[in-house]
Design a protein around this ligand. Structure first.
Ligand code: ZN
Length: 255
C-alpha cells in the first residue's frame, strides 16, 4: 500500500506534514513546528503518531516536540550533530543511516549549510524527500551556519535524486521565491510557466508543494548555478558554480 501524506500549515508560513504507512499504522511527523495543528491533523486522519523526524534544530521546526512526545510517547529522530539543541531526542542519525517509519524506509542525507547538522530524509521507494530548510520550491534556505560552498554541495546532492522524487520543504515561500528568481532567470520558460501555476494555486489558497526534483532542476535558480547561460545572465561568465551560487544567494538576501 502506498504511503499517505497529510500537509498543513503551522505558525506563520511553516508546513507541517504527516507521513503514514497504512500497512503498519505508523505515522511520522516531519519536524514539529507547533503541536496544535499536528494534533488537529492526527485527529482528522485518525492516525497515531509514532515518530518525529527532525531535519534541523531551529525552533520553528522543533517547538512542538516536547508536547507531542509527552502525549504520544513517539520516537524522536534527529541529526547527530544537532542533538544538544533539540529536545527529547531518542535516536540520532547522519548520512548513510536508514530510518524506518513502519515499513517505510528513508535514507538520511547530510545537507549542511542552513545549519551545520541539517539532514534530509529520502524515502526511496515512495519517491519522497523531506528537505527541511535546505531546498524550497524555486528557492533555498538562508546560509546561516555554513558556507555557500557547503550549501551548494548539499543542494547538488538533492538535485541528484531521481527526477520524479516529490519534495516537501519546511516553508511556503514559493511566491516570493519566484519573484526573485525572475530577476535572475527571466527568460526561462519553465520558470514562467511555474509562476503562472503558482499564482493560480495561491489565489485558490492551495499549497504550492510538493514539487518534483525534475521540475525544480529546470526552474530553481539555486539549482542552476552551474548552467552557463545563467552565469552569463548575471554577468559571471566562466565563474565557478559555487561562486555563482554565492552571488545568487547574496542577491536574494538583499532582495
Ligand atoms: Zn531553519
Amino acid at each position: 500500500m502506498p504511503a499517505e501524506i497529510r500537509l498543513f500549515r503551522c505558525l506563520t508560513d511553516n508546513y507541517g506534514v504527516l507521513l503514514h504507512d497504512p500497512e503498519s499504522g505508523a505515522t511520522a511527523s516531519i519536524d514539529a513546528p507547533e503541536a496544535a495543528p499536528i494534533e488537529a491533523a492526527l485527529k482528522a486522519t485518525g492516525w497515531k503518531l509514532t515518530d518525529i523526524l527532525v531535519t534541523h534544530h531551529h525552533h520553528d521546526h522543533t517547538g512542538g516536540i516536547e508536547a507531542l512526545k509527552k502525549k504520544h510517547h513517539c520516537r524522536v529522530v534527529a541529526p547527530e550533530k544537532e542533538k544538544s539543541k533539540i529536545p527529547a531526542v531518542d535516536e540520532t542519525v547522519h548520512e548513510g543511516d536508514k530510518v524506518s517509519v513502519g515499513k517505510l524506509s528513508a535514507n538520511v542525507i547530510d545537507t549542511p549549510g542552513h545549519t551545520l547538522g541539517h539532514i534530509a530524509y529520502w524515502f526511496h521507494d515512495e519517491q519522497l524527500a523531506f528537505v527541511g530548510d535546505t531546498l524550497f520550491s524555486i528557492g533555498c534556505g538562508r546560509v546561516i551556519e555554513g558556507t555557500p560552498e557547503m550549501m551548494w554541495r548539499s543542494l547538488r546532492k538533492l538535485r541528484d535524486l531521481p527526477d520524479d522524487t516529490e519534495i516537501y520543504c519546511g516553508h511556503e515561500y514559493t511566491a516570493a521565491n519566484i519573484k526573485f528568481a525572475l530577476t535572475i532567470d527571466k527568460d526561462n520558460p519553465v520558470l514562467g510557466a511555474r509562476a503562472a501555476q503558482v499564482s493560480k494555486l495561491i489565489a485558490e489558497n492551495e499549497p504550492t508543494i510538493p514539487v518534483t526534483i525534475g521540475d525544480e532542476k529546470l526552474a530553481n535558480p539555486f539549482l542552476r548555478a552551474d548552467v552557463p547561460d545563467l552565469a552569463v545572465d548575471i554577468g559571471m561568465v566562466g565563474m565557478a558554480p559555487e561562486k555563482v551560487f554565492a552571488e545568487i544567494r547574496e542577491r536574494k538576501n538583499k532582495f
